[in-house]
Design a protein around this ligand. Structure first.
Ligand code: HEM
Length: 144
């Protein structure tokens, strides 16, 4: 029962994370092509990233519970290099989100969005596809 609950929370968190990342990337991309200046855009980005942070906390929190406390024994995952690869990619993904989130959420009067922000946002998206594939494999003991 607890396993089903945490698996569901983990999955909803991951879906929310993906949705937040896509929305933030689309919103930032549309601002760079819009000639009209949006002085209050940071308020919208704060909302998007706040919800994305909630989803990340949910996914990572439930993931840690699934690893260490509930369901299969922790060794089932700890001894699997596919699991290590997944966690490493999750950390890489979170690192790529930091600079775009910081830049877009601060009040900016007239500064254009740097190309690095857009590139980091886009580079995080393929990771969001690879991570569930690794998760699928490691949950079935592949690599163990
Ligand atoms: C450090 C953070 C994370 C940890 C410790 C973690 C841990 C886990 C564990 C232990 C399972 C196996 C559950 C089981 O079979 O009983 C799992 C499943 C899964 N995780 Fe994560 N996870 C993390 C982050 C993520 C993220 C960010 C995503 C999405 C991008 C994700 C996607 C999935 C999916 C899709 C499954 C289900 C696999 C399946 O049953 O087919 N995880 N995770």
């Amino acid at each position: 029962m607890a396993e089903v609950l945490f698996r569901t929370l983990h999955l909803f968190g991951a879906l929310g994370m993906a949705a937040g990342m896509v929305v933030a990337a689309l919103a930032a991309g549309s601002l760079t092509t819009d000639s009209e200046h949006h002085g209050s855009a940071h308020l919208a980005f704060r909302k998007i990233y706040a919800w994305t942070a909630v989803a990340i906390a949910l996914s990572v929190g439930a993931g840690l519970v699934l690893w260490l406390a509930v369901g299969k024994p922790a060794a089932f995952f700890s001894n699997n290099p596919v699991f290590h690869a997944k966690v490493a990619l999750v950390l890489t993904l979170l690192a790529t989100l930091l600079y775009p989130a910081w830049f877009l959420c601060r009040p900016q009067s007239s500064q254009a969005i740097p190309a690095t922000v857009l590139r980091l946002q886009k580079s995080a998206l393929p990771l969001m596809l690879v991570i569930p594939v690794l998760a699928y494999l490691m949950a079935r003991g592949i690599g163990y």
